[in-house]
Design a binder for this molecule. Structure first.
Ligand SMILES: Cc1ncc(COP(=O)(O)O)c(C=O)c1O
Length: 450
């Protein structure tokens, strides 16, 4: 079809996809956005999305979770717009006043951040964190979590979407074979990346005894894009990782791309009280604008300026500290700081209401299910007990019904992204009435699926 792009926002989503497919492989620039049904959204406002046929949805996807304060939150848009008209630009030389303000704001308010440096995407930031770990320790090997997602680069985009057929029975203590997320990655990386189950300290110890480990990277709560959804740390697990890092001399890296700023101003490391060596932020730090960061202990961040080039990890990026994204992040962090005493408790209360409501619907219908939740982020699992790792989920969860339920919700104007087990995210823009409406639709959707 040859219509100019401007008229496409009046056409069915399938037509838009067909148009895009002529120019973009698959019609979408990120494989993670490729969903069924392939809805084309044209507007986001607060807790709501509208598709190109005018239908409104209550959104629980939040663009893969950045929109903690809701879509197009006016104070943040205004800050970004002000940066665009202020004469600030991407000078490509010298320090920027704004990046210094943002760094100060975060380091003054986030316990894990003694120093910080800014990048654009979570993947760039996790990549840098690993690089710092290697530069500091002079070692090559890293540990990742089975089912964890920490970015799109070769060494971390592994072991996310495994099936039971691929990974076989539970391995503990031990490691899983490395399975890259896609083709074209260097197989060499597989030698240096070791995948263990989340919540399994013995396997971390097992790997440390066999390989010189530079860094272990994990979300403090597995909340990633993979099939894991949202899995909680067992008591003592994160403290155990801290102890193992100290015992074996590797850097403990918390990937707080999803948990950072969402569960507390200081992210989940503040909630759990375990201090990582490095921490990675993205998503909610700029409420939807492209900004990410590596923060952590000053001695490790300062390796970036080590006078000895052989010990200095390379960091550069044309857009690092881009004025528009930085302005959005300053306003986001400023807003969160000013409102933290009311905002986080309110998100907890709304999340608890959602959790109780969903549990109640399942219980009244005798459906075997459980909800996992941290504050504003939740997932439901169609299995008896709360999962503690990927193995529990792929062995126990009813993926087909999960997907069918999400699609039934979408038909009813509630957007739970149609990827089984995927995290749902409340934003500060959601209201109690939104939660009530969602639960009504949930009940009706459940009735069609069971
Ligand atoms: C936990 C986690 N780490 C890293 C990333 C990568 O971030 P980005 O997509 O901005 O590169 C993601 C993205 O979903 C994520 O969920």
């Amino acid at each position: 079809m040859d219509k100019p792009t401007s008229t496409l926002n009046k056409l069915p989503s399938e037509t838009v996809l067909q148009h895009n497919r002529r120019y973009i492989p698959g019609g979408i620039s990120s494989v993670n956005r490729s969903i069924d049904p392939a809805i084309t959204f044209v507007r986001g406002e607060g807790a709501y999305l509208w598709d190109n046929e005018g239908k409104r949805y209550i959104d629980y996807h939040a663009g893969f979770a950045p929109y903690f304060l809701g879509h197009n939150f006016a104070p943040i848009n205004q800050a970004a717009a002000a940066a665009l008209t202020s004469g600030d630009s991407l000078f490509g030389a010298g320090p920027s006043i704004a990046e210094g303000r943002l760094a100060e704001l975060i380091c003054e308010n986030v316990p894990a951040a003694e120093k910080i440096t800014f990048l654009n995407t979570g993947s760039e930031a996790t990549s840098l964190a690993i690089r710092i770990g290697r530069a500091i320790t002079g070692r090559q090997h890293i540990i990742v979590m089975q089912g964890g997602y920490n970015g799109n680069h070769d060494e971390l985009a592994v072991n996310v979407f495994n099936t039971l057929a691929e990974i076989g029975p539970r391995v503990s203590p031990g490691e899983y074979p490395i399975k890259p997320l896609g083709a074209g990655t260097t197989v060499m990386h597989n030698r240096f990346t070791h995948a263990v189950n989340y919540n399994d300290l013995e396997s971390v110890r097992y790997i440390c005894r066999r390989f010189p480990i530079a860094a272990l990277i994990t979300e403090p709560l597995l909340q990633n894009i993979g099939v894991v959804g949202k899995v909680k740390a067992k008591p003592g697990y994160l403290e155990g990782l801290r102890d193992l890092a100290d015992e074996f001399g590797f850097l403990l890296v918390f990937d707080e791309v999803k948990t950072g700023f969402r569960h507390a101003l200081g992210g989940y490391s503040q909630v759990c009280g375990v201090k990582p060596d490095l921490v990675v932020y993205g998503k909610a730090v700029a409420n939807g604008f492209p900004l990410a960061a590596v923060a952590g202990k000053a001695e490790y961040l300062d390796s970036i300026i080590d006078p000895d080039p052989s010990r200095r990890p390379f960091v550069a990026g044309t857009y690092n500290g881009h004025p528009v994204a930085v302005a959005a992040a300053i306003e986001t962090v400023r807003y969160l700081t000013a409102n933290k005493d009311t905002l986080y408790p309110r998100m907890e209360a709304m999340g608890a209401a959602m959790e109780a409501g969903i549990n109640d619907i399942f219980a009244r219908r005798d459906i075997t299910a459980c909800v996992t939740r941290q504050g504003s982020a939740f997932s439901f699992y169609l299995m008896e007990k709360q999962p503690s790792d990927l193995h529990d989920i792929i062995e126990g969860h009813d993926f087909a019904r999960d997907l069918a339920l999400r699609r039934a919700l979408i038909q009813r104007g509630v957007f739970f992204v149609p990827i089984a087990t995927k995290q749902c995210s409340l934003s500060a823009a959601h209201t109690d009435a939104d939660v009530d409406f969602t639960l009504e639709q949930f009940e009706s959707a459940v009735a069609t699926v069971w």
